[in-house]
Design a protein around this ligand. Sequence first.
Ligand code: GDP
Ligand code: CA
Length: 308
Amino acid sequence: MVLGVITVLSGGVGAARLLKALSDETDPSELTAVVNVGDDMVLHGLTICPDLDTIAYTLAGLNNDDLGWGLAGETWRVMDELDALGGEAWFRLGDRDLATHLYRSQRLSEGATKTQVTAELGRHLKLRVRLLPVTDDSIATVFDTEVGELSFQEYFVKHRHGVVARSVTVRGVEQSSPSPEVIDALERSERIVIAPSNPLISIDPILQVPGVRDIITRRRDDVVAVSPIINGVALKGPADRLLGELGYEASCVGVANFYDGLIGTLIIDEADARHAPSIEATGIRVIVTTTIMAERENARRLARAVLA
Ligand code: GDP
Ligand code: CA
């Protein structure tokens, strides 16, 4: 087994962009992504892993940039037919995307682990970055909200993350364990990176898998995080709102507080340079650079800062 020299704790889109930029700046076979599976769900009897698939499709250059999820050039014949049947068509799965979920579900039913299936799908897509689900056990992120308890996709897709959250819980996480590959990557990589993913619902479920937080805490001097919050706002999704609703400041300062004790370095955007002194006062080293990855040259500059 080739061990990645850099391990990246990863959610979906924010992580996928950073992993792609890192792949431009270093040997991708030295990169391992430890990926959140708290968003995973079973629908139509199929196991769907949104964060793993977002990263795999993005690294393969197959991601749908217009939608922000799924595959480019997708068709929707199965969903249209399902909708006409009165089936559960609110969570859209494209025709080609469905093949991924069919394959994964069949392999899991044969006794393969999520780690094994992820490797198989990665080989098919010719990925050089190694993707590891943080755990092979089932965990599920749920939201206690003003309209009652919601599953991850109910909160995100049905309610378009527009309701106030009171708390977030990762069901099953206490009984879960990280895969041996994950422990190995976290223990032995030279550097651990926390991607600019949603701290509360992408990164925290990874940290809650027993053992993971301890390793990160012990290795904090080697841990560098990239803030997903720029000038008080998330580029996508509810990270800013959730930070505020769950007791943190909706800013890179709130991100620094959330990761207190876990990181040695935080990379923040130039737009947030004024916050650097107050973060450094908490003992976290701050690097200020461009952190918006929409343009490739900026993404590569951020990647160089992460690797420096
Ligand atoms: P999801 O699982 O697909 O929702 O994605 P993640 O949790 O990985 O990422 C969502 C976060 O990515 C949001 O909070 C965004 O602000 C952040 N994000 C997306 N693109 C960028 C980027 O180019 N730069 C930075 N710094 N953050 C980004
Ligand atoms: Ca996600």
